[in-house]
Design a binder for this molecule. Structure first.
Ligand code: ATP
Ligand code: MG
Length: 591
């Protein structure tokens, strides 16, 4: 495995926005970054939708395509920045017509249709607080989130409403208005229950002119729920000022340039799909490709090729599914426009980083952040060498460190390289969450003095690159060693038969915990005793006997959240016969 992918200035097709990392970090300030945005006229503050939409609609990029929508059934729609300004203004006016005021909560339960984007940005114009929910959630997760968020308005479709909201309607006393988006339009004439109103009748007829009122940058803008990987999902509150981080990371971490065609595969129901599927790329004025269909390798390769995507942001789970589908599938596709690929959400094993080169002609640039951080914090930048398996280096303006929590509630900051500990960020970046909704105590516990504590374990090497070890909750203590699951999982994934692996600790009287791995295999490999021995031997050779797993169990699939994260806590709970906990975000499962 390569331990470094060198970047050479001569080989860049487009000069990266961030080339001199040290100088940029030295000179960077958030105040200066803020000046890269426009702000509302006459000192009216900062509004996300103004920066993402109206600013461009009133300038030289007005006719540039903002959204290129590819519908499931083959439909295509294009919206310029000028169009997007009009559609989002209609939605903001529609909220006004319903009497919805600034600060009230607007929930979106929609597939990736254009109205999702109009409603999100329109509600931001009206200074409402927006929560996009993943449309594949069942009624319970929808109800819980809408209750926590005290949703007053919901935008959804008739089918989604009938299946997911109607059954729990009486648990939602705050909900007053339901706007139904039905693209076949027949609903407009249908008689609907009180409180239900069809989009065409309400939004379609609203004025396309709207003046955003002054917006204090500290005004809440988004309420995003975490993935629920470690327990009950938390509602993180973000403010309009977060757009400064979105913009800077769009330029630096995703390396967006004016002519880019950008595709983020995440659904806006997860923070990635909002920060990077909507806000960051639009704030940079590029064209965003929106794909309504779910993952399927042929569809995805077709989009990359046919839409001439130049910058692509995806997730490790998807990359591993593509690896499983095999390189042969790629033989019919060409990606001459693609120049930068990035990934987030889970650790990206070195194997997958390098696979990107053979599949797409670009390595995959891992980056790290969380719902709570609102934007990318640590990243492999386009202009810097990649160390495969590392998350990269901190964004200019972000101070990251490895810390150890002390008994008195403070932290000790590691002052030399390669110390393992908790990844912490110096608070104060614009997209830092401002609260966990209704959970003040939980929020306070995320901070020690100036430091935000991420709950993830990592180390930083002498060159400043961060390496993920695992979530603090998933770390295994075996015979006096602290073992991060990612190291063991990565070693297993290096074996050609292995697609994915998840590692947990099982109690043992002598060792404290022993390591057990759950493994999925590539097609054509039998999950038999010979394979089990083969993998145990491979792991022992790679990791040494102390850290290698003692047990291996084969699975067709690993349990994952709907955002693609492995639920090690569920594997652990089942292994130990403990309660399974909150499973509202569980996607795939097989015992
Ligand atoms: P919950 O907080 O509810 O348990 P979650 O932490 O999975 O869920 P998210 O905010 O969606 O919810 O995910 C952030 C987490 O994802 C990070 O804290 C980290 O554990 C993991 N993660 C994100 N990017 C990376 C990466 N590049 N490498 C390793 N882990 C990553
Ligand atoms: Mg988390």
């Amino acid at each position: 495995m390569k331990n470094r992918i060198r970047k050479q200035v001569e080989s860049f097709r487009v000069t990266p926005n961030l080339l001199d990392y040290t100088a940029t970090c030295r000179e960077f300030s958030w105040q200066a970054a803020r000046r890269g945005l426009q702000g509302l006229p006459e000192g009216g503050g900062l509004n996300m939708a103004h920066e993402a939409v109206d600013r461009h609609a009133n300038g030289p990029r007005a006719a540039h395509t903002a959204l290129r929508w590819l519908g499931k059934a083959g439909a295509r729609e294009h919206y310029s920045y000028r169009d997007l300004a009009a559609e989002t203004s209609r939605f903001a006016n529609a909220l006004g017509a319903l009497g919805v005021e600034s600060g009230e909560r607007v929930f979106l339960l929609l597939g990736r249709v254009p109205e999702l984007y109009f409603a999100m940005l329109g509600a931001l114009k009206a200074r409402c607080v927006v929560t996009p929910l993943f449309s594949a959630f069942g009624p319970e997760p929808v109800a819980t989130r809408m209750q926590i968020g005290a949703a007053r308005v919901l935008v959804t479709t008739e089918t989604l409403y009938r299946r997911k909201v109607a059954p729990v309607r009486e648990q939602l006393p705050a909900l007053e208005h339901v706007i139904l988006v039905d693209r076949d339009a027949s609903i407009e004439e249908t008689a609907l229950a009180p409180g239900l109103v069809p989009w065409p009748r309400l939004v379609g007829r609203a004025s396309p002119e709207y003046v955003i009122e002054p917006t204090d940058p500290e005004t809440p803008a988004l309420l995003h729920f975490t993935s629920g990987t470690t327990g009950r999902p938390k509602g993180a509150v973000h403010v309009h000022e977060a757009i400064v981080t979105h913009h800077v990371t769009g330029r630096y971490a995703l390396d967006l340039h004016d002519q880019d065609i950008f595709w983020c595969t995440a659904d806006p129901g997860w923070v990635t799909g909002t920060s990077y599927g909507v806000l960051a790329p639009l704030s940079c004025g590029v064209t965003v490709v929106v794909v309504e269909a779910e993952y399927d390798p042929a569809t995805w390769y077709g989009v990359l090729q046919d839409e001439a995507v130049s910058v692509w942001y995806t997730a490790p789970t998807a990359v591993r599914m593509m690896m499983r589908a095999g390189l042969e599938m790629l033989a019919d596709y060409r990606f001459p426009s693609l120049r930068f690929v990035a990934s987030v959400g889970e650790p990206l094993n070195a194997e997958a980083v390098v696979w990107g080169e053979s599949a797409f002609g670009c390595p995959i640039h891992d980056n790290w952040w969380q719902t709570e951080t609102g934007g990318i914090m640590i990243s492999n930048f386009a202009g810097l060498d990649i160390k495969p398996g590392s998350m990269g280096r901190p964004l200019p303006g972000v101070e990251a460190a490895i810390v150890r929590r002390e008994a008195d509630g403070g932290v000790a900051v590691a002052d030399e390289p390669d110390v393992e500990g908790e990844l912490a960020l110096r608070s104060g970046w614009p997209s830092m969450m401002r609260a966990y909704l209704d959970e003040d105590e939980r929020y306070r516990k995320c901070f020690a003095g100036d430091w935000y504590l991420s709950g993830d374990l990592a180390r930083q090497d002498a060159e400043g690159y961060f390496w993920f070890l695992g979530r603090a909750d998933d770390v295994i203590k075996s015979s006096g060693h602290l073992v991060g699951p990612f190291e063991v999982e990565s070693a297993l994934m290096e074996h050609p038969a292995v697609v994915e692996a998840a590692v947990i600790g099982v109690p043992d009287e002598t060792a404290g915990q022993l390591i057990k791995a759950f493994v999925t295999l590539h097609q054509g490999h039998a999950p038999d005793e010979a394979m089990r021995r083969n993998l145990l031997g491979h792991a022992r050779k790679r990791l040494g006997p102390a850290v290698a797993p003692k047990f291996i169990e084969f699975r067709d699939q690993l349990p994952k959240t709907r955002s693609g994260k492995v639920l090690r806590r569920l594997l652990r709970a089942r292994e130990l016969g403990l309660p399974e906990g909150d499973l509202s975000t569980l996607e795939t499962d097989s015992r």
